[in-house]
Design a protein around this ligand. Structure first.
Ligand code: FMN
Length: 178
């Protein structure tokens, strides 16, 4: 299967990058085709809401790294969102990418894709990730995509924290079994 992983952290070796690394390792071992897009290290301008694209009729007026992601997004069987928790939601970097789905909205909607969510946070309250998960599920409901797994690495504020948990191993297993 074709899997597109979209990360949202500006930390190259941070907590969520580790989950992405391990997931990709497992998925590659299982024989899948992987494409990784690190939002924070790409040029992704925010959607202007100009409606020039007509939600898919015309090309977006921005000319940036989305040109590279879009074909990989459209052909993917599975899209994996990997983000640190920022004020109880996803990071601005990955949100900017999702907003730019708008230019392919009708092609992405009902395309029958599967998706996964992986997220890391400092806090570990039972409500810490509630709004992020709710947002993710609502996006999937709208796009008619199916959830294929959620990994919430709470209580993982630093790389050292997460390395002492079984979340990286869980991410690897998610990739291996997808
Ligand atoms: C701008 C910002 C907002 C954050 N908001 C939250 C939050 O709402 N809840 C929380 O538990 N941790 C929050 N954190 C902590 C990060 O989610 C946490 O450190 C995470 O492990 C960082 O992931 P990364 O290493 O992949 O960047 C925030 C960190 C930053 C920089």
């Amino acid at each position: 299967m074709k899997i597109t992983v979209i990360t949202g952290s500006p930390h190259k070796n941070g907590t969520s990058a580790l989950l992405a690394d391990r997931f990709i390792e497992g998925a590659k071992e299982a024989g899948h085709n992987l494409f990784r897009f690190n939002s924070a290290f790409e040029q992704v301008k925010p959607c202007l809401g100009c409606d020039h694209c007509g939600l898919g009729r015309n090309k977006c007026i921005h000319n940036d790294s989305m040109n590279k992601l879009n074909p990989k997004l459209l052909e993917a069987d599975i899209v994996v969102f990997v983000t640190p928790l920022y004020y109880f939601g996803m990071s601005a970097q990955i949100k900017a990418v999702i907003d730019r789905f708008y230019a392919n909205n009708y092609r992405l909607m009902g395309s029958g894709k599967k998706a996964l969510l992986m997220a890391t946070s400092y806090d570990d309250n039972d409500w810490t990730m509630s709004d992020l998960v709710s947002h993710y599920k609502t996006i999937l409901k709208y796009l008619n995509w199916k959830d294929a797994g959620i990994l919430l690495a709470v209580g993982c504020g630093t790389r050292n924290d997460i390395e002492h948990t079984d979340y990286p191993a869980k991410a690897y297993q998610m990739g291996k079994k997808i």
